[in-house]
Design a binder for this molecule. Sequence first.
Ligand code: CP
Ligand code: NVA
Length: 306
Amino acid sequence: MNHYLKFDDLSASEYGYVFERAALIKRKFKAYEKHQTLTDRTLAMIFEKASTRTRVSFEAGMYQMGGSVVHLTTVDSQLGRAEPIEDSARVISRMVDIVMIRTFEQTRVERFAEHSRVPVINGLTNEFHPCQILADIFTYIEHRGSIQGRTVAWIGDGNNMANTWLQAAELLDFKVHVSTPSGYEVNESTAGVAGKISAGRYQTYSHPIDACHQADLVTTDVWTSMGFEAENETRRRAFADWCVDVRMMAAARPDALFMHCLPAHRGEEVSADVIDGPQSVVWDEAENRLHVQKALMEYLLLGPMA
Ligand code: CP
Ligand code: NVA
């Protein structure tokens, strides 16, 4: 059973295939050519947190591939009335072909996957967001070619996105510079890279501008992730100097790209002139969720296609 719960659930060569397939699927989509390899397959999407991009990209993607979708949330399913996640997995996976879950603890998707008869995809947990990094790296490749040997600057919270970048760096051989306020550092063991990360792969910086130095990609995320809203005010104060602005972009390489998984808060983690400026590829990045996840679902269900 192929699940996609963490970025390192696929190998570097599998990523090579998925990126190529996503490029083909995207070309066909742009040419209004059908790509219906998942006819009669059903995707169940379970959302225990809010979403715009993840919902639309998985739902539209599955319909475009000839399949259909069931959308569940905590409030409108028995999950909200304490039905165990294991029982939910046993039942849902007898009725559909593939499941995408967005939830809180990573252990919840793992428990679901352990009791599922069908592939499970992590659509974001407190710890990881592999589908987003899949789209981000695909977007980098589209704009600049291979990410191997490049440097990604992560500015802000040591959160699910930062953790996933670290896993990706080790697997796909690029560097990550991280600058977080004190108290919000990446935890290597939560990121699943403790003792696994090569020397020089990952460097931390007290000042965000230093992390941007020589970066090929500068990226950030909200100061407060979903589920941590109670910390909003404390975080606002702690993160005040971690706004990606034109000074930070100027410290990066001249051809550096800016990415943000969205939703964004202009004037907080990124200035309007950066996110709406010439180095920003955030709209391509968002659109690419559609194309890479179509390739991912197809790969998990059908394996490599000729
Ligand atoms: N980037 C992302 O996952 O967006 P949504 O929360 O809108 O799904
Ligand atoms: N780190 C953010 C990403 C949102 C797509 C969160 O978890 O809320």
